[in-house]
Design a protein around this ligand. Structure first.
Ligand SMILES: [Zn+2]
Ligand SMILES: [Zn+2]
Length: 313
């Protein structure tokens, strides 16, 4: 399966500010002076040597992850990231056939659906875009977002709906999909996708307040031996304690659960909109050190999800 991250922010879209951009440029120039850069030809190698938080940005779009599994295109959540995915999709070669995609929604908080009205493949009625959700009133919730009071255009005919039940197991072609309810205000649902013996779990918008074995067991079982776990690590540990019942988690909780479940790769997502790149890379660095100290012999890899990051499972 090929995974591409189009939106990795939680709560609300958060574009980089001019002040943040200025700090990046200034830092890069200071490092260039220190490195004694003399010719333009030296720039590409120098760029590669820059710290991640200077060279890159994790991006400001909200939740959207694309998974290509065989000939099936799965899209996890329709946050603002889905707009760029839609523009990319209409440039792809489908051999003259209409576009078919399966959009799996975790829940309908705005950061997970507000990109849907701007998803360009929806404007062609020949395309077939099926939206799935295990929460109640799926179709009404999505249609209501495009009521005249909120958006000038109603939901186009290309969209179809599949209302799931809690704890569903179903197939999309040869991809098996399972769902599990998570701990989140108003509810959220995790998806586990299995294709050719590889599994990816998308588990965002969830809080694990009760860390007892009994309470965590259903989640550990759901994450068991996943090749990739895409995990809500919105807060620092301290902020997670301060923001109890906000329905989100932290990276240390993700690492502990991933180790317990034998996960191979842990992707941190749903970054807090108030955290800039420097803070996010620091959180990632601390998490890497924690993993190194706590479980040096474990086969777990952790990765900070950023816009445009593409991985194969
Ligand atoms: Zn969210
Ligand atoms: Zn939410």
């Amino acid at each position: 399966m090929k995974v591409r991250f189009w939106g990795v922010r939680g709560s609300v879209a958060s574009p980089m500010t001019n002040a943040e951009l200025a700090v990046k440029i200034e830092t890069a120039l200071q490092l260039a002076v220190k490195a004694g850069l003399k010719a333009e030809t030296e720039i590409p190698a120098f760029m590669k040597s820059l710290p991640c938080y200077v060279r890159e940005t994790v991006g400001g779009n909200t939740a959207c992850v694309e998974i290509q599994a065989g000939d099936k295109l799965l899209i996890l959540d329709g946050g603002t990231g889905i707009r760029m995915l839609g523009l990319d999709m209409i440039r792809r070669d489908y051999g003259g056939k209409p576009i078919e995609a399966h959009i799996l929604l975790t829940h309908t908080h705005w950061d997970h659906i507000s990109g849907l009205p701007f998803f360009v493949p929806g404007f062609n009625p020949k395309n077939k875009l099926t939206i799935y959700g295990a929460f109640s009133n799926l179709e009404a919730r999505i249609r209501n977002q495009q009521k005249f009071e909120y958006f000038p255009v109603p939901l186009p005919a290309a969209f179809h709906f599949v209302q799931l039940k809690e704890n569903s197991v179903f197939q999309i072609g040869d991809v098996q999909i399972e769902t599990l309810p998570l701990n989140h205000p108003g509810g959220s649902h995790s998806y586990r996708m299995t294709h050719q013996n590889k599994s990816i779990v998308y588990a965002t918008d969830s809080e694990y307040k009760d860390l007892s074995n009994h309470s965590l067991r259903p989640f550990i079982r759901f994450f068991q031996d996943a090749d990739m776990l895409i995990f809500d690590a919105q807060f620092t540990l301290l902020e997670n304690i301060e923001k109890e019942d906000w329905g989100h988690s932290n990276v240390f909780c993700g690492i502990d659960m991933a180790i317990e479940a034998g996960v191979k790769k842990l992707m941190l997502i749903h970054h807090d909109p108030a955290y800039n790149d420097q803070k996010l890379y620091k959180i990632f660095q601390d998490a890497s050190e924690y993993l190194e100290i706590y479980a040096p012999d474990r086969n777990l890899e952790i990765c900070l999800a950023s816009e445009g990051l593409t991985l194969t499972v």
